[in-house]
Design a protein around this ligand. Structure first.
Ligand SMILES: [Zn+2]
Length: 258
């Protein structure tokens, strides 16, 4: 893509080769935008990646655009701001609101973890520090610029974008982005064709480059309805007078289950 006729580069700093830590940089000669700014989660070797510094000068970044408010798509924002980013963070209004809850929770957990590590003396760092704290979240939130779905936003002469429904969670959006007469479509996480609580994903007519979420891309859904299977488990447990424990992601999945 870096041909002289079309000098645009796309760089992945996460969310590729693994599921979490989504960060994609689109760069032209004079401008750069970051799509999603997620935290790596899961195994320790992944979480340690959150501490590696990115080869990016955050002060030169023109904008951040978020697909949705899950931690693996927004949880690295306070690190960006802590390291000099002061530009706009574009998101839908619900994504902005969910992100605030997620970031404050994340900061709190990290502060508690650091405190525990210091008390127990089991950290290799003395003192153990959180990746970011609540103050960092305080300076991050005012950078949000909420945008309605379906409206084009001009960032500068190189980039303009529009949010489209993605059906994944409250506020989630596909980003349709125009750069030098090409259309880049970043799907973010995608919902099913008929989500229970959300509108279904929007139909995008055209893309020159499609950057698509593929977490479950190599798996086929079972023929049997999940509702039937869930009903069986609930009925079985109820008949035995038992208690059903359903582990679930807290944001969106839990609401869908309920
Ligand atoms: Zn998600």
């Amino acid at each position: 893509m870096a041909a002289s006729s079309f000098p645009v580069t796309l760089q992945f700093y996460g969310g590729a080769g693994t599921v979490t830590g989504s960060k994609m940089m689109l760069k032209t000669k004079n401008h750069q935008v970051l799509i999603d700014c997620g935290l790596f989660q899961g195994l320790k070797e992944l979480r340690l990646k959150n501490w590696e510094s990115l080869p990016v000068d955050f002060t030169k970044l023109d904008a951040v655009i978020l697909t949705h408010g899950h931690l693996d798509h927004c949880g690295y924002l306070p690190v960006l701001v802590k390291n000099g980013y002061s530009g706009p963070i574009y998101a839908t209004q619900p994504t902005r609101d969910v992100t605030e809850i997620i970031l404050r929770d994340s900061a709190k957990l990290q502060m508690e973890d650091a405190e525990q590590a210091n008390k127990g003396g089991y950290s290799v760092h003395h003192p153990a520090k959180p990746l970011y704290d609540e103050n960092d979240v305080d300076i991050t939130m005012p950078l949000f610029v909420p945008q309605d779905e379906g409206e084009w936003v001009i960032i500068n002469e190189d980039f303009k974008f529009c949010f489209r429904k993605s059906g994944h969670m409250l506020g989630s959006a596909i980003i349709e982005l125009k750069c030098q007469n090409r259309i880049f479509v970043f799907t973010g996480d995608l919902g099913r064709k008929k989500p229970l609580l959300m509108h279904p994903p929007a139909f995008i007519k055209k893309a020159d480059y499609l950057i698509v979420e593929s977490t479950y891309g190599d798996r086929l859904h079972e023929e049997r309805s999940p509702y039937e299977q869930l009903q069986e488990v609930v009925q079985y447990t109820y008949d035995k007078g038992g208690i059903l424990v359903i582990p679930s992601f807290a944001v969106e999945r839990a609401q869908e289950l309920l």
